[in-house]
Ligand binder design. Sequence first.
Ligand code: NAG
Ligand code: NAG
Ligand code: NAG
Length: 575
Amino acid sequence: MCRHFPKYALIFLLLALSGLIYLLHNIHKVENWNCHTISSLYQLQSRVQSSFIPVHLPTFYHNRTFCAHLGQKPSPEDELEEHYLLDLIAWPGPPSAPIALRQTSDPVHSLFTILPTERGREWHVGDQLEALVQMHDFQGRPKRYGGDFLVARLHSPELGASVVGEVLDHKNGFYSVLFPLIWEGPAQVEVTLVHSSEAVSVLRRLREERPDRVFFKSLFRLGFLSETTVCNMCLPPDQQPMCNYTDLHTGEPWYCYKPKMLSCDSRINHAKGGYLKNVITNKEALLFQRDVNIKVHIHPSGPDRIGVLPPRKDEGHTESSNIIPDPIKLEPSGYYYKDMWRPLGGITVRLFNGSSSVIQCLKNKVINMYGDSTVRQWFEYLVAIVPELKEFNLHSPKNIGPLMAIDSTHNILLKYRCHGPPIRFTTVMSSELRYISNELDGLSGGPDTVVVLSIWAHFSTFPVEVYIRRLRHIRRAIIHLLDRAPGTVIVIRSANLQALDQEVSLYNSDWYSLQLDKVLRAMFKGMNVLLVDAWQMSLAHHLPHALHPPPPIIKNMIDMFLSYVCPEKKKIHQK
Ligand SMILES: *[C@@H]1O[C@H](CO)[C@@H](O)[C@H](O)[C@H]1NC(C)=O
Ligand SMILES: *[C@@H]1O[C@H](CO)[C@@H](O)[C@H](O)[C@H]1NC(C)=O
Ligand SMILES: *[C@@H]1O[C@H](CO)[C@@H](O)[C@H](O)[C@H]1NC(C)=O
């Protein structure tokens, strides 16, 4: 047989074999690359150059709202709402002339003062406490314009009590902070500069012009061949052919550069690519220094503590529980007392201590959780405190999902799924990549269906229009769901504050979260949904800010959630 085997065929076979080895070797390289978290452009470029696939990051046009113009054009009504929402979150900026660091806001030189009331320094429950903040620069000169990002809380560690303050910007370097006085006893004011107005203006520019500062990638594979390309909400269209993954149902845009050899259909997964470095100048970097001008307390000019007396008897003051806070103005929506969150003007929170009280509440219910890792925390918390809720092994990655837990005895089903692109998780299979609104369209709903949403953290690097469009689709799906299945319970968890350093500030600052959160509050205002105010619950609390708030805060959120899902039945008086 061998005699008949031609010589050239052997050479051909050898060539083919060495080609295959080369190919396999490189596939290994590319897939390895896929497993790493790439933290810099340079790393990415050098890695990409060393692999045989000529992938490189696109050159974005760094002009205004490049991404927002992609995707479907909003209808005239949607456009009107968009203008209203953008007006609502308008933020005063510093003058456009270049400013030296010494002329920017310095928390150490700035001061706040508790203002006396008409009756002097005497406060009662039901009164309002006002503190006046005056900002100064690093030379100690008063600031003449607004736009500093301040947060404030009034607290009493002795009582486990705290409430956030509403900050009003007078746009002249002065800010008023207003606190409702809810508890009797000591109360201490704390004011924090999160970012100077000059830093906020850098963040705003990045948001409008550098949506590329977080990039994404997808792996494409067919047989032995695999390639990885760069993906985003928008890509410069003139640099390489693209794959268009725009969602046909919602019109939500998503693109990847087309792999050289594979088709767009061979996309396997979606992943965070990394964060670009060097998106700000050295001078701008001075505006983002930990312990200097990121989240630094402002000192009081006099006492920062008052004693709150019992309510005045002479005049009918409004019960604090009768105050309906305006969600858009970020007026206090609740407060901690004995470390337990008590919402103002809404539901009464009960404590769900043991697993039996949770089971009693969730019995016969399907709870669908959708969104980012901040709602996955709720899933994890419930599974941890209710041993009867057994997590079902779907063989999905732990931090990505989808996740499912079942208590078949009590007929409880708990599910979690992450939201669609631009989800910044490590690797989500393409087949598991879904938009929340499409998922909601697939629910039958009803009084035994609970929907929990949390979608904010992965939108901060994009212009706000992108978030508005996403929420518009979700809101439409919720309206349809409530129309076809009244009684469906909808809960939305708002954004929360997090630990900030320079790097985190540039892509995930609390300023971005606050802007998105105001949009969220406005877009769901007046709807039959519960807003769990994670913003105020994390701001008022004494524990440090964290992207994933610590268990005591989650417990308060879950108690509020369960109290809404299972309101206390009114006792019927029998004779
Ligand atoms: C951004 O700049 C590019 C190149 O200069 C231009 O083609 C594009 O139209 C600009 N886009 C917007 C939204 O201004
Ligand atoms: C991508 O597909 C969507 C939906 O088919 C379409 O509206 C959009 O124009 C496409 N984008 C590009 C850049 O071709
Ligand atoms: C839950 O625990 C708190 C404090 O530990 C207690 O005051 C309350 O009565 C408990 N509630 C229930 C329903 O067990």
